[in-house]
Design a binder for this molecule. Structure first.
Ligand code: ADP
Length: 312
């Protein structure tokens, strides 16, 4: 049973000094990133087959990222290497207030130039879940490539999962960010959204405006407070776990992986098992905050199970 993740794969250069801007920082640590790629790694660590579809540059960073995914057991047969543009880079620093600030090098980057014909549709059939995000929906041609991949997944009967990530500085303005993120909702059965993104899209905390005809589940994450899942029939709340958080990067992606793995394992009856699925996803998200970075912090299946046995 396996998950196909489609989207951006990039390098985060994380400032080693806290409380300074990206421009002021003098050293950076190289960290693999990109939300859909993080999900692919997390699914693999949780014991299920995962495949990543996307495009990096045919450069040392792109090959490094491919090696990282492969070492994690993620299928990279559908990862393309562009000669036209470099691998996307993001320089990140933590402000004195603990907020992350980003400077992106994507003018354009290889992920943005992925075209519909670059999508390895042969990697999609026979899998169970297709997961994508909003970053490749920002501009063309990657927007058409995303929609082509979604269409191939629909045709092959996969369940579609969507995470509308908000990176305001990548959009021309707030209104186009809102419209673009909302457009992605039209295809997914499963949607994961953070409470901040929900507020950005709807102006409130009510998920009602997000429902689309094909949707089955909306999971809203609330940081340390855990998550809620909304179905056509009701709502399930699951409190967060108390952990010593060092860095929340990758928490949402870990949560998505936990949610998708829970759904895969529960099968058609997953709606009736949401309480334990959310608890599992919250545990993955919480553990992802206990170490720095996204991929290094994503827990193994054994780590999650041990944690769930000992957690109250
Ligand atoms: P995102 O990373 O997408 O902004 P959240 O911050 O809401 O998403 O985190 C996703 C999930 O990770 C939460 O629902 C929760 O399960 C877990 N999580 C995040 N931050 C913490 C924290 N400080 N303590 C415990 N769990 C956390």
């Amino acid at each position: 049973m396996s998950v196909v993740c489609f989207g951006e794969l990039l390098i985060d250069f994380v400032a080693q000094q806290h409380g300074v801007s990206v421009g002021e920082a003098f050293s950076f640590q190289k960290a693999p990133g990109g939300a859909p790629a993080n999900v692919a790694v997390a699914v693999s660590r949780l014991g299920h087959e995962s495949v990543f579809l996307g495009q990096v540059g045919d450069d040392p960073f792109g090959h490094f990222l491919a090696d990282v995914l492969e070492a994690e057991g993620v299928g990279v047969g559908g990862l393309r290497f562009s000669a036209q543009a470099r691998t996307a880079l993001a320089f990140v620093s933590l402000t004195a207030e603990g907020e992350r600030s980003f400077v992106f090098y994507r003018h354009p980057s290889a992920d943005m130039l992925m075209r519909p014909e670059d999508v390895a549709v042969d990697m999609i059939a026979g899998r169970k879940i297709f997961h994508y995000g909003s970053i490749t929906m920002i501009g063309e041609p990657s927007r058409s490539a995303t929609l082509a991949a979604v269409k191939a997944a629909q045709d092959a009967g996969l369940m579609i999962s969507y995470d509308p990530n908000l990176r305001m500085s990548l959009w021309p303005d707030a209104e186009s960010a809102r419209a673009g993120m909302l457009a992605g909702l039209d295809y997914a059965q499963i949607v994961k959204i953070s409470d901040d993104e929900l507020e950005f899209l709807t102006g409130g905390r009510d998920v009602t405006p997000l429902w689309r005809p094909q949707m089955q589940l909306i999971a809203v994450t609330r940081g340390a407070k855990g998550a809620a899942a909304y179905t056509r029939g009701g709502q399930v709340d699951s409190p967060g776990f108390s952990v010593r958080s060092l860095d929340t990067t990758g928490a949402g992606d870990g949560f998505v992986a936990g949610l998708l793995v829970g759904i895969l394992e529960a099968g058609a009856d997953y709606v009736n098992r949401l309480a334990s699925i959310l608890r599992f996803a919250n545990a993955v998200g919480a553990l992802a905050t206990t170490q720095y970075g996204a991929i290094p912090a994503l827990p193994s299946r054994a780590a999650v199970e041990t944690f769930l046995q000992t957690a109250s």
